[in-house]
Design a protein. Structure first.
Length: 88
């Protein structure tokens, strides 16, 4: 399950896909597979849990930045509540 990690990171600030994978590895000790990561981001966006915005970079290709929505924050809260109850 990748989505809780991504939503937790996106609650702090908007990030692009590769950055999310790197931060997941740095903070949680594992790096999600590339294809799975983008499938999860697409699903989160399609279901309204994150939004995506292209941001231009000077002299480089534009990047897709993802930002958590209120609906995504609710999902994260419910997911964390579920995990706490499950592990208790």
């Amino acid at each position: 399950m990748i989505w809780p990690y991504f939503l937790k990171l996106l609650k702090e600030r908007p990030m692009y896909g590769y950055e999310l994978r790197q931060e997941t590895q740095k903070r949680f000790g594992w790096k999600p597979p590339t294809v799975n990561s983008y499938m999860v981001l697409y699903s989160l966006q399609r279901n309204g849990y994150v939004t995506m915005e292209w941001k231009e970079q000077r002299g480089k290709p534009a990047r897709k930045y993802y930002k958590i929505t209120k609906k995504g924050e609710e999902l994260l809260r419910e997911g964390l509540k579920y995990f706490k109850e499950f592990c208790a």
